[in-house]
Write a protein that binds this ligand. Structure first.
Ligand SMILES: N[C@@H](CCC(=O)N[C@@H](CS)C(=O)NCC(=O)O)C(=O)O
Length: 222
C-alpha cells in the first residue's frame, strides 16, 4: 500500500494531485504544518522534516520531484511521465523540476508573510524581491505557453503530464503572493489544469486548517 504524508496547501499537494490523476489506491496521512514534522517519528520518513514523504513498496521517499518521477515510472497507464528516449523527455524533466524553482520563492514569502509573526522580523525588501522573482518564473511559463506550437495547451508538446501537475501546484501556492496580471497564457493554462477533478480533490477539505487563510498577501507594509 502507498501512504502519502501530506500537509494541506504545501508541496505534498502535487503528489496528492498526481496520485488522484493516476487513480491508484493510497492512504493519506494529513499532518499539521507545525513542529510535529520534526518529531523523531516523522524524521524517520523525511530526514529534514519536510512534506511530502511517500511510503511505497517498503521504501520511504521524499523530495516531491523524485516522488513524481518514481510514481510516473511505476504507474505508466495514464502516460503522465516521459521515459528516456521519448521526444519530450528533456523538457519533461526541466519543467517538472522547475516547480522547485518557483516553490523556493513561495517558501521565502510564506515565511515572511505568515511564519514570522512580529512585524519587526519581516523584511519588505525580501518580500518585494521574492515576489519579483516569482514574476520572472511566471514569465518563463508564459514564454513557454506562448511559443507558437500547434496545440500548446500544456507545458509539453505531447500533452498533459506530471510537469503540468508539479508546475501547476507550485503556481497554486505562488499565486498567494504574485498575481497573473500580464500573463494571459499562464492564466488560461492554470484555469485549464485546475479544472481537473484530480486537482479539486487535492484541495483542502471544507473546514481544514489552512496554511494560507487569505487568497492574496499584498506586499508589506500593507
Ligand atoms: N524540495 C522539497 C521541499 C520540501 C519542503 O520544504 N516542504 C515544505 C512544505 S511546502 C515543508 O515541509 N516545510 C516544513 C518546514 O520547513 O518545517 C520537495 O520538493 O519535496
Amino acid at each position: 500500500m502507498i501512504t502519502l504524508h501530506h500537509c494541506h496547501q504545501t508541496r505534498s499537494m502535487r503528489v496528492l494531485w498526481l496520485l488522484n490523476e493516476l487513480d491508484v489506491e493510497f492512504n493519506l496521512r494529513v499532518h499539521p504544518f507545525d513542529r510535529s514534522l520534526r518529531s523523531e517519528e516523522f524524521l524517520t520518513r523525511s530526514p529534514a522534516g519536510r512534506v511530502p514523504a511517500l511510503e511505497i513498496d517498503g521504501d520511504v521517499l521524499w523530495e516531491s520531484g523524485a516522488i513524481c518521477e518514481v510514481l510516473c515510472e511505476r504507474f505508466t497507464e495514464r502516460g503522465l511521465g516521459r521515459i528516456p528516449g521519448e521526444i519530450d523527455r528533456p523538457d519533461y524533466l526541466v519543467w517538472l523540476h522547475f516547480a522547485e524553482t518557483i516553490s523556493q520563492h513561495t517558501a521565502a514569502l510564506t515565511q515572511q508573510h505568515i511564519a514570522l509573526y512580529e512585524d519587526s522580523m519581516r523584511s519588505p525588501i525580501v518580500m518585494q524581491l521574492e515576489a519579483a522573482r516569482l514574476g520572472k518564473c511566471y514569465a518563463a511559463i508564459e514564454g513557454r505557453l506562448s511559443t507558437p506550437v500547434e496545440n500548446r495547451d500544456y507545458l509539453l508538446t505531447s500533452g498533459f503530464s506530471a510537469a503540468d501537475i508539479c508546475v501547476g501546484q507550485a503556481v497554486y501556492m505562488a499565486r498567494h503572493f504574485a498575481t497573473f496580471d500580464g500573463f494571459p497564457a499562464l492564466a488560461e493554462w492554470y484555469e485549464r489544469i485546475t479544472e481537473r477533478p484530480s486537482f479539486r480533490s487535492a484541495l483542502p477539505p471544507e473546514g481544514a486548517e489552512l496554511l494560507y487563510d487569505q487568497p492574496f498577501y499584498p506586499p508589506w507594509p500593507r
